[in-house]
Design a protein around this ligand. Structure first.
Ligand SMILES: *Cc1c(COP(=O)(O)O)cnc(C)c1O
Length: 387
């Protein structure tokens, strides 16, 4: 009888790192009888604010919701412009459209892949109300430059930190620099709750507004302020949204947050292994993190230049998939997506650095749940496909 050789399992692009702590806490929430926003959400907000080192953290059901409410809290609305990067997930710009404002893209730096502060400056007009840089792949943007720019031009600074919970630069933790910083706990992110998000801010007033806007515009404080003890439980003070986080989600987040340093260390070990192993392959590795910078190491992205690699990015992805390796692309250039291209009249060449990256980039599997063996399989597959 021939020995049967089982094919090794597919190496997922971003497998969530879930342990028994998360599982047990979710079961405890289910058994508690309280599923939606409650004590676990409040504990998660407190733990998150403490981790970042910021006075206020408000939990919501996605980073998209966090960005939307932050823009609204900053007063962004119809007629306004908001400067952001075209090398991002569509949610960053979609929510600007939701407020009635116009997203204005400025190009990224080709090495850091982050919004270039000088190009952002050049995109500011009298209508600009806010700037939304994205800490791409976990690399903090130039925090000081964007803070200076926002202050000099009287703009709100809202950071999309979906990739960058652990990030810090110039002695500042990401989450303490901007007027609002928005985090994602989507399934593939460094800390996950399945779906979820958080806003951090130094403004208690803004945090209160976001809390009310995230749950139908219902305010208990308004009731306390304006009503007698015999009054209603709440008053609807604005037509709010349904953006609240559930205790079921926060139960996962509390345990993920407790493990954040260990998870980051594991991703860093895989990152360093990729960096060493890919040095002699014909791809461009991520630029090293600058001094005084904590890179959150969310995405390990390499650039594939077909003239050097002798294979296109898309052919490389297909060949890796055939070898059991999942990859992703971060990101397609947002200004060339049909909605943005047609509504705002963008054509190829509008943001050459973002397009250069979008045409060549591929994200390799990276997750704290990956084994050494899986990382070696990714490297072996790359060696097999590349010259
Ligand atoms: C994932 C992501 C978002 C959206 O996060 P959700 O929590 O899924 O809403 C926003 N911006 C960037 C850069 C992202 O990668």
């Amino acid at each position: 009888m021939a020995a049967s050789v089982e094919a090794p399992a597919f190496v997922e692009f971003a497998k969530p790192a879930i342990s028994s702590g998360e599982i047990d806490e979710v079961v405890a929430v289910l058994e508690s009888g309280w599923l939606t926003t409650g004590p676990r959400v409040h504990a998660f907000e407190a733990a998150f604010a403490d981790y970042i080192g910021v006075p206020h953290a408000v939990a919501v059901n996605s980073c998209t919701a966090a960005l939307h409410l932050s823009l609204l809290a900053a007063g962004v609305g119809p007629g306004d412009e908001v400067v952001t990067t075209p090398l991002t997930f569509c949610a960053t710009a979609n929510v600007i459209v939701h407020t009635g404002a116009t997203p204005v893209f400025a190009d990224v730096d080709q090495a850091t892949m982050n919004l270039d502060p000088d190009l952002a400056d050049a995109a500011i007009t009298p209508r600009t109300r806010a700037i939304v840089p994205v800490h791409f792949a976990g690399r903090p943007v130039d925090l000081r430059a964007f803070r200076r720019l926002a202050d000099a031009r009287g703009l709100a600074l809202i950071e999309d930190a979906a990739h960058c919970i652990e990030g810090a630069a110039d002695g500042r933790k990401v989450g303490t620099n901007a007027d609002f910083t928005c985090f994602s706990f989507y399934a593939t992110k460094n800390v996950t709750t399945g779906e979820g998000g958080m806003v951090t801010t130094a403004s208690g007033e803004a945090a209160d507004w976001i809390r009310v806007a995230a749950l139908h515009g219902m305010s208990r404080d308004a009731w306390r302020r304006y009503s007698s003890a015999a009054g209603p439980l709440y008053q609807v003070v604005l037509p709010g949204y349904k953006y609240n986080m559930m205790d079921l989600q926060a139960a996962i987040g509390l345990h993920q947050l407790a493990r954040i340093d260990a998870l980051a260390a594991r991703r860093r070990a895989i990152w360093d292994r990729y960096d060493a192993a890919l040095a002699d392959l014909p791809v461009t590795r991520p630029a090293p993190a600058g001094p005084q910078t904590v890179h959150a190491r969310h995405l390990y992205t390499v650039l594939v230049d077909e003239s050097v690699a002798l294979v296109s990015r898309d052919r490389l992805r297909a060949a890796l998939k055939d070898r059991g390796i999942g990859t992703s692309v971060h990101f397609q250039a947002l200004h060339l997506e049909p909605y943005y291209a047609s509504r705002f009249g963008f054509a190829r060449g509008a943001f050459p650095n973002a397009e250069f990256i979008a045409n060549r980039t591929v994200s390799l599997p990276l997750s704290a749940a990956m084994t050494d063996d899986e990382a070696e399989r990714v490297i072996a597959a790359l060696r097999d496909v590349l010259p």
